[in-house]
Design a protein around this ligand. Structure first.
Ligand code: ADE
Length: 419
């Protein structure tokens, strides 16, 4: 048996059907997989992937394997692993997986080290923990690395800061920055799956309640739109004046979080920053307010402060913990402040991960094709590939669109013609 560390290989049967189910809704990735299977663009390439271990990710890593890559997978979050999927990847697909739902911090990093023991030529990351561990603790691996890909906004922000500090030691493709990724995965994926996580953890009725969305980036926009669709009144909090204005003109109330505390029934953080919901906010919230996070790290809610103001706590339901505060009120914290959509639900649906992971697959191919030609910088995938993914997705949805006539193409690229 190949090397692995998963919860229970006996779960593989259920994992296998789940992987198949997700695959049915990932036709763009399937199209790429078919070509990869024929042409083997990643033949012999060692890849270490640090991703949420889900049925959608399983379809990505099997695509990379079909392309000829030798892949190892570890989790990019201690709570997001689907244990049955991890088991099926090991038992049915022969892919070494190191991920267990609920693993502690020590195990989480042990698993990252196990993935790095593969001596990757490509790193595929979601949040940049793999890349930062490689750069800080395993620098001996750097000479072998062709490049890396990064899935999420938080990871891209970290990698850009590494580039700025001139410590980034190899090129990265910011998959997150493709239009076919952030406009769909971040907005419609997070919008739906964050509410899915809250619903599964609480069975909450959104209609008639007040939802406070902290952050109005692509994820916040999606969460606010979907919560509104379920009948909630939305309050948006922002630090960026342009985004705050956009939220206002999208029809939402906008105010400081401190002012929103007293009205909110559900608080959702999607900012990528630290201590967004802090002690003073939690002390100001009404009795039985729900707090949760859909940003990458569990840093957005000040958990230490919450514990300090808590008199006692008890688990009410799975991923749903009631904190009795010293001020006499209760707060309900979901999924330990970790990604509520992946911890309490299943993450984004396959239909949207199809495009995100099509970008990942094409980014890996691009890195191999451009081996040695890229600088140690964060790049976007070329727009032509982004457009190709959109065209493929439209095709699988049975949608045909118009093309510019030669006359229109000439007109739109010329400055000569005006009124
Ligand atoms: N990120 C958000 N949803 C995901 C999913 N279903 N699989 C992998 N990564 C994700």
């Amino acid at each position: 048996m190949i090397e692995h560390d998963v919860a229970d290989l006996k779960l593989a049967k259920s994992g296998r059907t789940r992987i198949e189910w997700a695959g049915k809704f990932m036709p763009v990735l399937a199209n790429i997989c078919e070509r990869f299977g024929r042409n083997k663009p990643l033949r012999g390439v060692r890849m270490s992937c640090c991703l949420h271990v889900t049925s959608e990710t399983a379809n990505l890593v099997t695509t990379l394997k079909a392309a000829g890559a030798s892949v190892r997978l570890c989790a990019s979050n201690p709570l997001s692993t689907q244990d049955d999927v991890a088991a099926a990847l090991v038992r049915d697909h022969g892919i070494p997986v190191f991920a267990i739902k609920g693993e502690n911090r020590r195990q989480y990093y042990q698993h990252i080290y196990a993935a790095l023991a593969h001596r990757p030529e490509i790193t595929t990351d979601d949040g940049a923990d793999l890349v930062s561990t490689l750069h800080s603790k395993k620098r001996n691996l750097i000479p072998d690395v062709i490049g890396g890909t990064e899935e999420t906004t938080t990871g891209v922000v970290r990698l850009r800061s590494m580039e700025k500090d001139r410590v980034l030691a190899y090129p990265i493709i910011a998959v997150n920055d493709s239009q076919t990724k952030f406009m769909f995965d971040n907005r419609y994926g997070t919008g739906q799956s964050a509410l899915d996580g809250i619903l599964r953890a609480t069975n909450w009725l959104f209609a008639g309640s007040t939802v406070v969305v902290c952050g109005y980036g692509w994820c916040g926009r999606g969460v606010a739109a979907r919560a509104k669709g379920l009948g909630a009144e939305i309050i948006v909090t922002e630090v960026n004046p342009v985004r705050a204005l956009e939220a206002k003109m999208d029809g939402f109330r906008v105010m400081r979080l401190m002012d929103a505390c007293r009205s909110g029934d559900v608080f959702i953080t999607v900012t990528g920053d630290i201590n967004v919901i802090d002690r003073r906010h939690m002390l100001g919230m009404k009795d039985r307010a729900i707090i949760c996070n859909a940003g990458h790290f569990d840093a957005e809610i000040n958990k230490k402060a919450l514990d300090e103001i808590t008199r006692s706590k008890r688990t009410l339901r799975r991923f749903c913990v009631e904190h009795k505060l010293k001020n006499g009120r209760c707060l309900i914290m979901l999924a330990e402040g970790r990604l509520v959509n992946l911890a309490a639900a299943e993450g984004h649906p396959a239909m949207v991960m199809d495009m995100s992971f099509a970008n990942q697959a094409l980014a890996a191919e691009y890195l191999v094709r451009h081996r040695g030609k890229l600088e140690n910088k964060v790049y976007k995938l070329p727009e032509a590939l982004d457009q190709q993914i959109a065209r493929l997705k439209l095709g699988t949805m049975g949608i045909r669109i118009d093309r510019l006539t030669p006359e229109q193409a000439a007109y739109i690229s010329s400055w000569r013609l005006g009124t």
